[in-house]
Design a protein around this ligand. Structure first.
Ligand SMILES: [Zn+2]
Length: 347
């Protein structure tokens, strides 16, 4: 009977988390006790560019694959969590204008949640990818205390995603658009240099979080400006999209231009967190994205700069934590699974 602890009891049940991305789906299984049955990325092609029909097939395939891989009988699955990039409604209806990953007309206004639910015959709960990452980060940080804690997360990628978690649950909002930190306009005083143009965001706003703290913001706004200050920099010879992607490796080498750009990003996130401090006053401020994969010294400098630019009152400083979001490549699937578990768990 030595091996008894590695055997799941027949009474246990699970939820499945599916993270739908531009190229791949990632899947995980979470049991009723909060344990993940998968340690690694388990991916299949998402085929979102081929339209809804192929994409739903691939999600169903990811679902059945992960059950097979973990030897989990279908009858033990109580619900599925699904996350995709936005914009989409709180119930998983893709924006009527489409979205970066869902540009085919057949995606516009498509209800991906209901389609998957109909396909696999189990309840499907939806959230956007940044919200899923935020939810996972929250639970990972707080563990057993997660359901009594709050957090705000900023996830820096192509755009600036975010999430607001209250009492362990994502705040999704009336239209599914809560926690869009990237499109909150921030005070630019102390962030921009004298004479630096006001950064523009693809959403139409000027001077919002994403216009500065995102890869798009680097390419469109920050790098074009900073290259005028460092005209002899080697990146001046590269096309902007390539130069923007290389910037982090320069930052890790403490290149002055790169540090100037990343310092502006960190300051912008600090301004966003200052707004959050006065809105929800969270227990934790979480930071994720490419910066988490950077060298430890660089990411610590970045987090410290965010913290120094987040203006908290003394009481808040004593109560709040700043942390990096780990396991980002699995955070979407894991967060989607947590959302499904929360939705069906008996209270
Ligand atoms: Zn915006």
């Amino acid at each position: 009977m030595d091996q008894v602890e590695s055997v799941r009891t027949p009474a246990s049940w699970v939820v499945v988390g599916l993270d739908n991305g531009g190229t791949c789906n990632n899947a995980t299984v979470l049991d009723a006790t909060g344990r993940y049955l998968v340690d690694n990325l388990v991916e299949n092609p998402s085929l979102v560019t081929e339209g809804p029909e192929s994409a739903i097939d691939q999600l169903a395939q990811a679902f059945h694959n992960i059950l097979e891989l973990t030897s989990t009988p279908l009858t033990l699955v109580r619900a599925v969590g699904l996350d995709t990039p936005g914009p989409a409604s709180a119930n998983g209806v893709i924006s009527s204008k489409g979205a970066t990953n869902f540009s085919m007309v057949s995606w516009h206004g498509f209800d991906i949640r209901s389609a998957l639910e109909a396909r696999i015959g189990l309840p499907v709960f939806y959230l956007n990818d940044a919200n899923a990452a935020a939810l996972y980060a929250h639970h990972q940080l707080f563990g057993a205390e997660a359901m009594t804690k709050s957090s705000v997360a900023a996830i820096v990628g192509t755009g600036l995603g975010g999430g607001v978690v209250e009492d362990g649950k994502v705040v999704s909002g009336a239209a599914g658009m809560a926690g869009e930190l990237g499109h909150v306009q921030i005070p630019l005083h102390g962030v921009l240099e004298v004479g630096q143009p006001i950064p523009e965001c693809n959403c139409g706003f000027s001077g919002d979080g994403e216009s500065i703290a995102s890869l798009t913001g680097i390419k469109k706004n920050l790098l074009p400006y900073w290259l005028t200050r460092f005209p002899d920099h080697p990146l001046a010879a590269e096309p902007l999209p390539q130069a923007a992607k290389q910037l982090r490796s320069y930052g890790e080498k403490e290149d002055p231009l790169a540090l100037a750009v990343f310092e502006q990003q960190a300051k912008a996130i600090g301004k966003l967190f200052t707004i959050a401090a006065n809105f929800t006053d969270p227990d934790a401020y979480l930071l994720g994205g490419g910066v988490v994969e950077a060298s430890p010294k660089f990411r610590q400098w970045f987090l410290n700069t965010v913290r120094e630019n987040t203006e908290l009152r003394a009481e808040q400083q004593a109560a709040a934590t700043f942390a990096l979001v780990a396991d980002l490549d699995m955070a979407g699937a894991r967060g989607a699974a947590v959302a499904a578990l929360e939705a069906v768990q008996p209270v």
